[in-house]
Every structure is written in C-alpha cells, then in structure tokens.
Design a protein around this ligand. Structure first.
Ligand code: OVV
Length: 399
C-alpha cells in the first residue's frame, strides 16, 4: 500500500459559496473522515479539522512555519499580494522582536488603562441603539464600535476610517484562492492600500498611541525605523475587521438563543464568558495555514516538505472529541482552549483588547436590554477567511 492512499480525500472546496455560508456540515465531514484529509480542489494541501491536530500543528512552529504565508499561497513559489507582515508571516528569530513589541503594547496593563474609555464608548453607543429600538446589529453596533475605539487607540484621526474595512476584507480574502471574492475586493480596494500605507507614518499617529509606541520601540533600537510602518500596518490589517465580526457573531449567537440572552441579562458579569463562547461557536477567523519546512508527520500521516497545512480553527472549535455537546451555544461553558485566536507563538497578540471590546459591548447590552429579537433574516458577507455578517436586523427591548 502506498503511504498517501491512507489519507482520505474529500471533494470539498472550503471556499465555495455554499460552504462559506454553511460551514458546519463541511467541518463535520472533514473531522469524521480522518485526522488529516486532502481536498480534491487543492490537491497539494493537507487539512486538519480536529482540535488535537490543529493544536499540534500550531504549537510546532519550528516544523510548521508561517514565513511561507498563512494562507493558501506559498510565498516560496508564488508572489505574496503585499510585502509580508513582519509578525504574522514571520518565523523566529525575525518574529521574536516584533512580537515582543506588539505584545507589550497590547498587554493586560494597557487593557487596564483603556478599559474606562472603551466601556464608556460601548455604553454610549448601546444607549443610542436602545433609543432607536430597531437596529441593524452590524451597521449600528458591531461595525461602528471597533471602528471608533481601536483606531482611536492606535492614534489615527477620524477621517477615512472606512478604508480599514475594505483593507481588512482584502487581507483576509487574500489568504484563500484567487477566486471571485478576492477579485471583487481587489477591485474595490483601489486607493485604499495607499491610504493604509500613508497612515502607517508617524506624522499620522497621535503621540502616545499604539502606533507611536511602535516608533518609540524603533527609536530604542528594538526594530529598525524602516520596520516601524510595516508593524503599524499589522494593527490596521488585523485590528478592526476581526473584532467587528467577533462582536457581530456574538450578537447573532445571542439573538438566536433567547434563553442564553436571558441569563446574560440576569447577570451582566457573564458578558465576558458569553463573548468567549461566541468565539468558539462562530469562530471569526475560520482558517489559517502553515507550511511544513521539512518532511514530517501529523497523527502518523506522512507530510512532505513544503506542504501547505490547512488548520480549520472553526472546525476544531466544534470537535466533539474536545467539547461536550459542541453545537450548543452555552454562555457558562468557559471554553478554555478554543482556537478562535489560534494557538502557540502566533496566537492573536491583540486578544486582550478583542476580549475587552466584546465584553464591554455585551455588558452594556445586558444592563440596558431585556430581550433581543431577530426581526428578519440576517445576510452574510462572504470572505475567504472570516465568518462575517453583512446585516443583522434586531429589535432591542429595553429593560
Ligand atoms: C492576524 C493577522 C491578520 C491579518 C494581518 C495581520 C495579522 C498582519 O500582521 O498584517
């Protein structure tokens, strides 16, 4: 028997619109087929959908590297769509200094310092939503909140922030195949890339903000002055679209589970675990790739050098081998070990800020709103990497 014959092959395209719209049946097929599977539309890729293997790959960064790109494109053989990120698409030792800087800027100590401001903004915005009564959960709440607080913290002024939405959409689409979704967001992005690069310059960044702190690290010699704008670019790439969809998905999770919302309303201190469980249940980042730097194995399955390994974060988050009753949204589950922020040395460096944003929005809602009702069918914004809603029609019934 030849070795590859042992790897199940499924005729599944994770980027087909029906799978982006309804990923869960696909996840189950992939998990149940084997610890590692192949997907016939992408014959060179190996995919993991079970929690154990996703965790194992992400925690062996010496074997499964990021510098060949964390999307489908292999940077060793194909040109990246933009200069690689100095943190996301880098390995140690290059990754070490950039990670340390972002980690310090986005630390729990920073969260303590920004908490009151972030909470006040959430209270004010939720207050306006409650006054309206009927809202679009995305356009009135999930989108404006991160778009206000995060660029403020980075130190950008108010103008042109919608560029961050278009850029985030492009960056996350670029991690999939060159399909219709990527073509359409590339089409719309025109002057956006230039706007982003301009706003990575120190002159655009308020002294003391997260962006300026990167330049301070460069002045201190931790990175070069040329690297500083590229590291600011990581804030502008990963800091907004992700939290918008994390909050949007959490609102939708709660709207679909009135019993869980009632528990949250009864005890607003559950805001943080309710957000965490939404990250597990509807993972914002559905997928990331690694690349095998040498011949290796996953769960005993041989993996050739230079193989792209698809880690299905969202599938791992509902793996019945890991989670009891995995399809149940349960705000008191405390889903420690979920993969929505990844895992290992590349685990989301902004996760403390993301959690703060989710917590204060859900807490503001829990204190002011007795019930949330869906008033129509939400619509999805398809993206190759993100689980995203375009609209979420809601009625907020005041406490
Ligand atoms: C986690 C993430 C997503 C997208 C972009 C980046 C990071 C970046 O570093 O640019």
């Amino acid at each position: 028997m030849n070795e590859t014959a042992a790897v199940p092959e499924l005729d599944i395209d994770p980027y087909a619109p029906e799978n982006l719209l309804h990923p869960y049946p696909m996840h189950e097929r992939m998990r149940e087929a084997g610890a590692v599977v192949r997907l016939s539309p992408y014959p060179s890729v190996m995919a993991c959908a079970r929690h154990e293997q996703v965790h194992a790959v992400l925690n062996d960064h010496a074997t499964f590297i990021s510098s060949a790109g964390v999307g489908l494109t292999n940077f060793r053989t194909e040109k990246p769509f933009r200069p690689p990120s100095l943190i996301l698409e880098a390995d140690p030792p290059h990754h070490t200094a950039t990670r340390a800087i972002l980690s310090r800027i986005l630390s729990p100590k920073t969260v303590m310092q920004i908490r009151a401001t972030f909470a006040a903004e959430a209270d004010a915005l939720v207050e306006r939503c409650v006054a309206k009564g009927e809202i679009d959960g995305i356009h009135d709440l999930a989108q404006p909140y991160p778009l206000k607080v995060f660029p403020d913290a980075v130190g950008l002024d108010g103008e042109g922030r919608e560029n961050l939405l278009l850029y985030g959409d492009l960056v996350f689409n670029s991690m999939g195949p060159r399909n219709e979704l990527l073509a359409r967001s590339a089409e719309r992005v025109g002057p956006v890339t230039q706007w982003i690069m301009d706003h990575c310059q120190r002159a655009q960044l308020r002294p003391g903000g997260f962006g300026d702190q990167i330049y301070q690290a460069a002045e201190a010699g931790e990175i070069t002055m040329e690297q500083a704008p590229m590291l600011v670019r990581s804030f502008l790439s990963a800091g907004v679209d992700t939290t918008i969809n994390g909050i949007g998905n959490a609102l939708y999770s709660l709207a679909q589970h009135p019993g869980e919302y009632a528990r949250l309303h009864g005890d607003p201190a559950l805001a943080r675990p309710a957000f965490e469980e939404a990250l597990r249940w509807e993972s914002t980042a559905q997928t990331f790739y690694r690349t095998a730097v040498r011949a290796t194995e996953i769960a005993g399955v041989p993996v050739q050098e230079n193989t792209k390994v698809l880690c299905m974060l969202a599938a791992a988050n509902r793996d019945p081998r890991k989670w009891p009753d995995p399809d149940r949204y349960d705000i008191t589950r405390r889903p420690v070990g979920h993969m929505a922020f990844g895992s290992g040395i590349h685990g989301c460096v902004g996760q403390a800020i993301a959690r703060l944003e989710g917590e204060v929005v859900l807490s503001a809602l829990a204190r002011r709103v007795k019930r949330i009702e869906l008033t129509g069918e939400p619509t999805r914004r398809l993206n190759n990497t993100l689980r995203a809603l375009e609209t979420l029609p809601l009625r907020l019934i005041p406490a």
